[in-house]
Design a binder for this molecule. Structure first.
Ligand SMILES: [Zn+2]
Ligand SMILES: [Zn+2]
Length: 400
C-alpha cells in the first residue's frame, strides 16, 4: 500500500452514486415540495419553528460536535454531549463523525495542497469542486481514514459509525415527522399533513439548507473575506458568512489556530458555537476548553501586517530609511521576546493555580506582578509597532 503523498494530485476514481442521488433528490424534493406544500396547505409559525429548530440542532451538532470537539479536540465533553451531537449530527446527513473528522483533518493538514479533499486550488476544479463537487466522486484511496485512531476509542463514535444510516434516517426524518404529526393532532388538523410538513420543513428542506451552510465553509470561506492571520493561505475571515454558519465564518483565524474552541475571538464576532461550548462548560458538561492567549493572537495579526508591508514595499520598490527599517526590526524582536516571557509567566501562573497555591502567597503575587508589567510593556510595544507600520505604509503609498 503506498503511503499518502500530499504532493501528487488526488485522482477521481469513480462516482459516489448514493451521495449524488441523495443530494440531488433532496434538492429536487425541496424545490418542488416546499412551494407545493405552501400552495396547498396553510404554512404557519409551526413550519418555520420546526425548520429553524432542526437547522440549529443538526447544524450545531456538526459545529459543536463533529468540528470543534471531534476533529480538533478543542475541548472535552461528557457522554451526554457526545451522544447528543452523534444523534443530531447524523441527522444532518454529512457522514459519520469519524469519517467527517478524518476528511476534515486531511483538509487542515494539507490546506491548499493536493492532499486536501476539497482544496479549491491545486486540483484546479474551483469553487464548485470545493463546495460540493468533491462529495459526488470517489477520490484516491490514498486519502485513508487512518488519522482518527484517537476517536475510534470512543464507544459512542464507534456505535454511531456502525449504525449511521438508521440513526440518520430516524433523527433526520422520523423525528421531525413525528413532531409534525403530534403538533397537527394537538391542533386538531390532519395528522398526515403534519407528517408531510415535518418531512419537508424539518427534513429535506432543512437538510439542503444545512448542507449548503457547511459547504460554504469549504468554498466561500476559502475564497471571499479578509486574511488578518495568514494572507498566503486561501482561508478567509468572513463575518457575514459567520451569521449563516453558526460562527464558523472566521476561517482564517481557525486555520491559524485550529485547536482554539472559538472561531470568532473578538467580543463582537458572532460565534454561537463558542457560546454553546462555553455554556456547556459552565454546567459541567464540557471541560478543558482550549484558548489561544490574547497576546499570541495579537502578535500573529501584527506579524501578518508586517509581512504584508514587506511584500508591498518589495513590489513597489520603496526604500525605507535605515532608521525606520531598524525600528521595525527592533519592535518585531522585542514583541517576540516579551511574548515568550508572557507565555512562560502564564504557564507558571496556571501551574500555581492548579497546585492550589493561595492567591495571597508571595510566589503567586510575584508572578502576577511580573505578568502585569510584561503585559503593559507588550501592549506599548505593539502600539509602537502599529505606528511604525503606518509610517511604512504611508511611504509605500506615496507617489515615487
Ligand atoms: Zn477545522
Ligand atoms: Zn478550511
Amino acid at each position: 500500500m503506498s503511503s499518502e503523498s500530499p504532493r501528487q494530485p488526488l485522482e477521481i476514481v469513480g462516482i459516489s452514486w448514493v451521495t449524488t442521488i441523495f443530494l440531488f433528490s433532496t434538492l429536487v424534493v425541496s424545490l418542488i415540495g416546499g412551494p407545493w406544500f405552501a400552495w396547498s396547505f396553510p404554512v404557519g409559525w409551526f413550519e418555520l419553528v420546526l425548520f429553524v429548530a432542526m437547522m440549529y440542532l443538526t447544524g450545531m451538532s456538526i459545529t459543536v460536535g463533529y468540528h470543534r470537539l471531534f476533529s480538533h479536540r478543542a475541548y472535552q465533553a461528557k457522554w451526554p454531549v457526545r451522544l447528543f451531537v452523534c444523534l443530531f449530527g447524523a441527522g444532518a446527513f454529512q457522514m459519520s463523525a469519524l469519517k467527517w473528522s478524518a476528511e476534515h483533518r486531511h483538509h487542515h493538514k494539507h490546506t491548499d495542497q493536493d492532499g486536501d479533499p476539497h482544496d479549491p486550488h491545486s486540483i484546479a476544479r474551483g469553487f464548485w469542486w470545493a463546495h460540493m463537487g468533491w462529495l459526488l466522486v470517489k477520490v484516491d484511496p490514498r486519502l485513508r481514514h487512518d488519522n482518527v485512531e484517537d476517536l475510534r476509542r470512543d464507544p459512542i463514535l464507534a456505535w454511531q459509525e456502525r449504525w449511521y444510516v438508521p440513526i440518520a434516517i430516524v433523527m433526520g426524518f422520523f423525528v421531525p415527522m413525528a413532531v409534525g404529526a403530534g403538533w397537527y393532532a394537538f391542533t386538531g388538523r390532519d395528522v398526515l399533513v403534519g407528517v408531510l410538513s415535518g418531512f419537508l420543513f424539518g427534513g429535506t428542506i432543512r437538510i439542503v439548507a444545512v448542507h449548503h451552510m457547511t459547504w460554504f465553509i469549504n468554498s466561500l470561506a476559502h475564497s471571499i473575506g479578509s486574511r488578518p492571520y495568514d494572507s498566503e493561505a486561501s482561508s478567509r475571515d468572513n463575518g457575514l458568512l459567520a451569521l449563516f454558519t453558526f460562527g464558523e465564518g472566521y476561517h482564517n483565524y481557525h486555520h491559524a489556530f485550529q485547536t482554539d474552541y472559538r472561531n470568532g475571538v473578538r467580543f463582537w464576532q458572532f460565534d454561537p458555537t463558542k457560546w454553546v461550548i462555553w455554556t456547556l462548560s459552565k454546567v459541567g458538561l464540557a471541560s478543558n476548553l482550549r484558548r489561544i492567549p490574547a497576546e499570541t493572537i495579537r502578535l500573529a495579526r501584527l506579524r501578518e501586517r508586517q509581512r504584508q508591508i514587506e511584500r508591498r514595499i518589495a513590489e513597489d520598490r520603496v526604500e525605507l530609511s535605515d532608521t525606520l527599517a531598524s525600528w521595525l526590526r527592533e519592535l518585531d524582536a522585542k514583541a517576540e521576546e516579551l511574548h515568550l516571557q508572557l507565555r512562560t509567566l502564564l504557564n507558571e501562573s496556571t501551574r500555581q493555580a492548579r497546585a492550589k497555591m493561595h492567591r495571597s502567597s508571595e510566589q503567586r503575587r510575584e508572578v502576577e506582578a511580573k505578568l502585569r508589567q510584561v503585559r503593559r510593556e507588550f501592549a506599548a510595544t505593539l502600539k509602537a509597532w502599529k505606528l511604525a507600520h503606518r509610517q511604512a505604509m504611508a511611504l509605500a503609498a506615496a507617489p515615487a
